[in-house]
Ligand binder design. Structure first.
Ligand code: SF4
Length: 352
């Protein structure tokens, strides 16, 4: 086990914040007031604070402590910026909905992107965000506009409190010229099963071989639990997708990923296999990510030996360490074989 202080405990995968901060402006919205009252009635400390991106009061003397405390902190705010970030190549825009996630995966890209205190943040001005989405959709007519709902977060753990994802799924269910997609590692999906999605939201699960989940993720459901949740979502008629990432080449990886596919084969009904997508991302890291990971998870066994990797220059002047060409070719062959064998009608969107 990589870090003994972070044992996997699937019973605690439900996110319960330890403290909540609310921006004053969020209290002008019904959802903001509802969240304040709910958390207070549950005995969770709620503090009305300044702007959501200037949160002070998250404890933590060391980087590790600050990280762990931030992962149990929820900030309720409003989104002020009018523009959405672009999200190429998989979607046109990010839909700003939630930031961060209570999971503590050692390889999480948010370790690099969200700074030292990656607290969770939800927005309560959902109608305004959706109005902006409508104007983006209009600008691209008669083309279709695709929005990604999980570019900087996992939106499922806070859904039990906000109901925002359901509202957004139903919004896209009513759009003729737009689609929505998001990805999750979590399984608390029941409240979304009867949402009127009209097939316009692709519900994706981020999965991995069980040994990878056990060794490098903390506070996330097991592979079997995620596969079972995917089975439920497929049963509810959502177009389904799987993001297998990061693929890690540990001893016996072929078997681990084969078992993942066997499990998916076991839980998916025939209909859901007709419109199924796969995305595959092999493990990679930047120097900066490696330093952050070593700071937060000093006992990590994540293999980040630069000597065994190939250096690939990146877009913004910093490069990343990827598996060498020969290993990537092996991964490609193995994953394509698995898709062809178990889900021949599925579409592989990319393998990098
Ligand atoms: Fe990061 Fe996803 Fe793990 Fe959350 S579940 S910590 S977003 S990798």
């Amino acid at each position: 086990m990589a870090n003994t202080t972070l044992k996997k405990n699937t019973a605690t995968n439900i996110f319960i914040p330890k403290r909540v901060f609310i921006e004053p402006a969020a209290l002008e919205y019904e959802l903001g007031r509802r969240l304040r009252d709910r958390f207070r009635s549950e005995g969770i400390p709620v503090t009305v604070t300044g702007a959501h991106n200037r949160v002070t009061g998250i404890p933590g003397k060391t980087a590790q402590e600050a990280f762990m405390e931030a992962k149990r902190t929820l900030v309720v705010g409003i989104r002020r910026g009018k523009e959405f970030q672009t999200c190429k190549p998989s979607a046109h825009y990010q839909l700003p909905l939630v930031t961060s996630c209570p999971g503590k995966c050692e390889y999480c890209y948010l370790l690099t992107n969200l700074g030292k205190k990656p607290y969770l943040r939800v927005y309560v001005n959902i109608e305004e965000i959706l109005d902006r989405a409508k104007s983006y959709i209009k600008e691209r007519l008669p083309g279709e506009t695709v929005f990604e709902g999980a570019a900087t977060s996992d939106p499922i753990p806070v859904e039990r409190y906000t109901g925002a994802l359901r509202q957004i799924i139903e919004f896209f269910g009513r759009q003729e010229h737009a689609r929505f997609r998001f990805v999750t590692k979590f399984t608390d999906v029941d409240s979304l099963l009867d949402a009127k999605h009209n097939g316009r939201t692709r519900f994706r699960f981020s999965l991995n071989a069980e040994p990878v989940i056990k060794n490098f993720e903390h506070g996330t459901p097991s592979m079997q639990e995620r596969a079972a949740a995917a089975g439920k979502v497929a049963g509810a008629g959502y177009p389904l997708g799987f993001l297998v990432a990061p693929i890690i080449l540990y001893d016996g990886w072929q078997q681990g990923y084969s078992e993942l596919f066997q499990e998916l084969d076991r839980v998916l009904d025939p209909l859901s296999r007709q419109d199924l997508t796969f995305e595959f991302i092999t493990h990679r890291f930047t120097r900066r990510a490696k330093n952050n990971i070593n700071e937060i998870f000093p006992h990590s066994r994540l293999d980040m030996d630069e000597e065994k990797r190939q250096f690939k220059y990146g877009q913004f002047g910093y490069g990343k360490y990827v598996y060498p060409k020969e290993s990537l070719a092996e991964v490609k062959e193995h994953m394509e074989n698995l898709v062809n064998r178990y889900f021949p009608a599925a579409r592989v969107e990319y393998l990098v």
